[in-house]
Design a binder for this molecule. Structure first.
Ligand code: UDP
Length: 353
């Protein structure tokens, strides 16, 4: 039986992995190994997802001591190369656009593995963002491309994938939708208030650029005077808020596990986020969303009329929120497929391995 090695390291990757891992196991398509790079390594950002989503402990856990992103990429790539060269799996699965995705793509390409990229074809056009660089390189080095949306598929085709660049991309739908439909929410999770804004902020260009962080925190503080704003705060964002000495008057709660997060989103009146995953989940839950991103990762959501987007400026956030409160959202288009992405990927893997 062939072997698939899933290389993951970040919160949203554990969630996507959980649905695909179980689908591959149920259909006995291949032996599987989970290789965790350690990019997110705390209980609240990593362990809780393996526990709540009943994933086996990672078969291989890398220990990366340095948190500098370039050193992380260099060390991880080297360790992954050694491992993949020794294992020679039938396929390496990578997810999304993080430094883990990029290091895994480099290592798989350099050791000649069949590299399968889930969430292929996402582009914002902003080459200053590390995620965009990671996406472009991961796609270019991959042999197989699984796309969440038809827009992503068209993007790849327009870049020459399937013709000049020979791999043929596939539209599979979104593993995040599979997860949303399959994993029950924690019904016992009840924020103390009923009408609130569920908010997440963690994107590097927002928390590492002080003026952006200040503008976002200012806007959320102001908004909280009108409607409760609750933020399960990413540890990186917490660190940057503390370093910048910013005052927060909205409500901060610790990062949540997936079933609690799903309950948190489903009970919210509005969503404000700069997360690719949470903006999709707002769409799945049919919640009006404000995506704080000058160039949204999922422009489909904005174009279809389901959500609004704005740049990370205080007035833009407050004014767009007013528009959102008056907006009639449209959730009708099945932008992210039908919740059978894992089965579509399994169909492809069972034909190709
Ligand atoms: N998430 C979670 N708990 C939280 C915040 C987010 O379980 O406190 C989930 C969220 O529901 C989504 C995923 O993590 O499924 C998104 O991850 P994140 O926002 O860290 O990354 P991005 O999607 O922007 O890459």
């Amino acid at each position: 039986m062939k072997q698939i090695i899933h290389i993951v390291g970040n919160r949203p990757q554990f969630i996507k992995l959980a649905v695909l891992y179980k689908a591959i196991e149920a259909r006995k398509i291949a032996r599987q190994q989970i290789l965790h790079t350690g990019q997110h390594h705390s209980q609240e950002m990593s362990g809780i997802f393996f526990d709540d989503l009943a994933l086996p402990a990672p078969h291989i856990q890398l220990q990366i001591e340095n948190t500098d992103p370039d050193q992380f990429i260099a060390h991880t790539t080297r360790q992954l190369q050694h491992y993949l060269a020794a294992e020679q799996p039938g396929a390496v699965m990578i997810y999304g656009d993080t430094n883990t995705t990029y290091a895994a793509a480099m290592a798989a390409a350099r050791t000649g593995q069949s590299l399968h990229h889930f969430e292929a074809g996402v582009r914002t056009g902003d080459l200053k963002a590390p995620e965009e660089i990671n996406r472009l390189l991961a796609d270019r080095l991959s042999s197989v491309h699984y796309c969440c949306t038809l827009h992503n598929l068209q993007t790849l085709k327009a870049e020459g994938y399937g013709t000049a660049i020979t791999a043929t991309p596939f539209f599979t739908g979104d593993l995040m939708l599979d997860a949303y439909l399959k994993i029950p929410e924690d019904a016992s999770f009840k924020p103390e208030t009923t009408s609130y804004v569920a908010c997440t902020i963690h994107r590097a260009e927002h928390i590492l650029v002080k003026k952006n962080l200040e503008a976002i925190i200012d806007a959320l503080n102001d908004l909280h005077r009108q409607i409760p704003v609750i933020v399960p705060l990413h540890p990186h964002t917490q660190k940057k808020i503390t370093e910048a000495g910013l005052t927060v008057s909205f409500r901060i709660i610790p990062p949540l596990g997936y079933p609690q997060m799903k309950a948190f989103i489903k009970q919210a009146a509005f969503i404000i986020t700069d997360s690719g995953g949470v903006s999709r989940e707002a769409y799945f839950a049919e919640k009006p969303s404000l995506v704080v991103m000058a160039r949204p990762v999922w422009p489909e959501i904005i174009r279809s009329g389901a959500g609004l987007a704005c740049a990370p400026h205080r007035d833009a956030i407050l004014n767009t929120f007013i528009q959102l409160a008056q907006h009639t959202p449209n959730y009708k288009a099945a932008l992210f497929g039908y919740g059978n992405a894992a089965q579509n990927i399994c169909d492809h893997l069972s034909d190709s391995l």
